[in-house]
Design a protein around this ligand. Structure first.
Ligand SMILES: *Cc1c(COP(=O)(O)O)cnc(C)c1O
Length: 403
């Protein structure tokens, strides 16, 4: 007996996102369970030797081994695919497995990749250190500057890669304009859409070819497990990604897929609430005397406010700001917080705050941090689901302690 697609999900393509996120992709077993089944199995048994042969020859659909596919993971992939509106989606063990697999399955020695330099630390390692070891040249540029993209993209450029908004300074990249430049030389556009979440930004509709997620962040949203996803065309999956994932094995565990399916059900509610609280906090902090600078894509003083309004349907839930007094001021502030926890993670129900210069970006040379705008007073706040008034009281109390 195999799980069958819920008949009602035939209409999933017509549903609004909230409905897709609750029902999309459901495979219901013969037991008629309400919740998604957790198929905690490594392998699958066959009714006959002929059936096993047919499965391996790809002549009959069905599962063979959970490194290749698993019904709970399939449900997660289909639900993310429906949300993103992509032709295909594959889940991975982590967000970094998604980024590395998407890029390394596609690029070969002799290829060239252009990336925005404001990248999540591990993503920067993949393009700046790992790819060149395999003969893939990379150029890192200021992703906010369209002239820099024009200058760097050349015949032979096979991929462009960026995140927008970026971590931790919330710089934006114009997805549509960069996609046009990339496509003119036949390069594919890879977007790490973690900070915007699939609720607030649709890179594929703006011209991107491959979208990657750390499901660890907002998709789980409750700090429990790691996961990742790659959304792409059927052709990219068939030509590059599928065989790479199958043979190298960065698969998502069925248990994590089950947790993440539950996360997807509440994603729109959480992102909406977090965006609202983040906006309230950003507006409150903007005029605070203990702060030098605030960075939030929803505010008109963000350097790319016009682009934010054009390509995002909401501001996101990350607020970055520079506390006066440099590292000492920032540390006094962090250590005084009571509700908001010090953690380098983000997208959680719990509000989390980090000091990028000494944690996520400490690997970078001081001059590179300066180039990225990561000053010693900068902190990155990931706004959770707590009451906005309680969070503001916590921030005010700690800012008073910072000076
Ligand atoms: C967290 C994160 C990743 C990596 O995701 P993991 O699930 O931790 O591997 C990649 N890109 C961005 C922007 C992230 O925030």
């Amino acid at each position: 007996m195999t799980a069958k697609p819920d008949e009602n999900t035939d209409a999933a393509e017509d549903w609004a996102p909230a409905t897709r996120l609750v029902h999309g992709g459901t495979l219901r077993s013969q037991f008629g369970e309400t919740s998604e089944g957790l198929f905690l199995t490594q392998g699958y048994v066959y009714e006959s030797a002929e059936q096993a042969e047919a499965r391996f020859k790809n002549e009959e659909p069905g599962y063979q081994y959970s490194r290749f596919a698993n019904p709970t993971v399939t449900m997660f992939e289909e639900r993310v695919r429906l949300l993103e509106g992509s032709e295909a989606c594959r889940a991975t063990a982590t967000g970094m497995a998604a980024v590395t697999s998407a890029l390394m399955s596609y690029l070969s020695a002799g290829d060239h990749v252009v990336a925005a330099r404001a990248l999540f630390g591990s993503c920067r390692y993949v393009v700046e250190d790992l790819a060149p070891r395999f003969g893939i040249a990379s150029t890192l540029i200021d992703g906010t500057d369209i002239e820099a993209w024009k200058a760097a993209i050349r015949p032979g450029t096979k991929a462009v890669f960026f995140e927008t908004p970026s971590n931790p300074t919330l710089d934006l990249v114009d997805i549509k304009a960069v996609s046009e430049l990339a496509h003119a030389v036949g390069a594919l556009v890879f977007v790490d859409n973690v900070f915007a979440t699939p609720m607030l930004q649709r890179p594929l509709q703006l011209g991107a070819d491959v979208v990657m997620y750390s499901a660890t962040k907002h998709i789980d949203g409750q700090g429990r497990c790691l996961g990742g996803a790659v959304c792409c065309t059927q052709q990219f999956l068939d030509d590059h990604l599928s065989v790479f994932l199958r043979q190298t094995g960065p698969s998502m565990s069925p248990f994590n897929a089950w947790v993440l399916l539950k996360g997807l059900e509440t994603l729109p509610l959480r992102v909406k609430a977090q965006c609202e609280t983040a906006s309230t906090i950003a507006d409150h902090l903007a005029s605070h005397p203990a702060i030098d600078r605030i960075l939030f894509p929803g505010r008109s003083d963000h350097p790319q406010a016009e682009l934010a309004a054009r390509q995002m349907s909401g501001p996101g839930q990350i607020v970055a700001f520079a506390v006066k007094g440099g590292k000492e001021g920032a540390f006094r502030f962090l250590n005084a917080l009571k509700i908001i926890k010090i953690s380098n993670n983000l997208g959680d129900a719990k509000s989390l705050i980090t000091h990028p210069a000494t944690t996520t970006h400490q690997r970078l040379k001081p001059e590179v941090r300066a180039e990225l705008g990561i000053c010693d007073g900068l902190v990155r706040l990931s706004v959770g689901l707590e009451d906005a008034g309680d969070l503001i009281a916590d921030l005010d109390m700690a800012l008073a302690a910072s000076s």
